[in-house]
Design a protein around this ligand. Structure first.
Ligand code: OAD
Length: 250
């Protein structure tokens, strides 16, 4: 995108934000890319050379829990070493600034919380927690022994699994309800779609609902996805570079 074009799109969002009361933000892996966390799709993505059916499905876990845990431990360690980037920080500032604000993330890395967002609706769960396979009891990552031989277990030897949503599993009802409640309270002035390929029907549906309600739809993505055609503004740039600029004066 030419610098002039980016400038124009930034200015349009900035001006919408000046008058906005209700802002709905949906994030995906791209918002953490500048923190050094790999996305899933695309050239550098996990799914380029790995099979989601092996690494991120209940069947894959049943077949090879050791392999699945090795992958998650690797990702937990990367997430723990990463720091929130200016894109995360700008989204945290949005929560403070707008009266009505909702953040729905498909990310599992905990970086939104570490950036300062208080209410982070994690529709795919979090790798920063594990849960007992049988009882569902949840443990924060600080209570896990990541150096233990995988697959991880509790100190009593009960099998654990990452507290995430895998392919074929039901998305987090609490997060779905939070979005539905927020939308029922009134149309967002702005829907900001950041760093997601928006592959899932539930994400697409919320975008459609916001569009039907008259929200301004803004996508931030250096390689905009399939919903770009529905958006009022498409900012073809990195989240960390443009999100802070939406909130500042030129
Ligand atoms: P994807 O990997 O599908 O998409 C990441 C998007 O981020 C792409 O559209 C990139 O162009 C964009 N992107 C890359 N760098 C960016 C940057 N610096 N700023 C802004 N955008 C950038 O990730 P998701 O859409 O989050 O689910 O994927 C959704 C779900 O599919 C994930 O939660 C995961 C995956 O399989 C499960 O594991 C269940």
């Amino acid at each position: 995108m030419a610098p002039d074009e980016t400038e124009k799109t930034v200015e349009r969002v900035r001006s919408a934000f000046k008058h906005a009361n209700r802002v709905f933000v949906i994030t995906g892996a791209g918002v953490s890319a500048e923190s050094g966390i790999r996305t899933f799709r695309g050239r550098e993505g996990w799914w380029k050379n790995n099979d989601p059916a092996e690494l991120a499905s209940p069947e894959g876990f049943a077949r090879n829990p050791r392999l699945v845990w090795e992958w998650y431990i690797h990702r937990i360690m990367i997430a723990c070493d990463a720091t929130p980037n200016p894109g995360h920080l700008a989204i945290a500032e949005m929560e403070r600034r707008f009266d009505g604000f909702l953040l729905l993330t498909q990310n599992v890395d905990g970086l939104h919380q570490r950036a300062g967002n208080h209410a982070v609706h994690e529709i795919h769960g979090s790798i920063m927690r594990a849960r007992e396979v049988d009882s569902g009891v949840v443990y924060p990552v600080e209570e896990l022994d990541l150096n233990a031989e995988p697959p991880l277990k509790t100190s009593e030897g009960k099998p654990l699994r990452p507290d995430v949503v895998w392919f074929g599993e039901i998305i987090r009802e609490k997060a779905v309800n939070a979005v539905n409640d927020f939308l029922a309270e009134g149309a967002p002035d702005v829907l900001l779609l950041v760093g997601t390929s928006a592959m899932f029907a539930y994400i697409q549906q919320w975008v459609m609902i916001c569009r039907a309600c008259g929200s301004m739809l803004v996508e931030v993505n250096p390689e905009p996805g399939q919903l770009a055609g529905l958006c009022d503004v498409v900012c073809m740039a990195k989240a960390g570079e443009v999100l802070p600029r939406f909130l500042t004066s030129p």
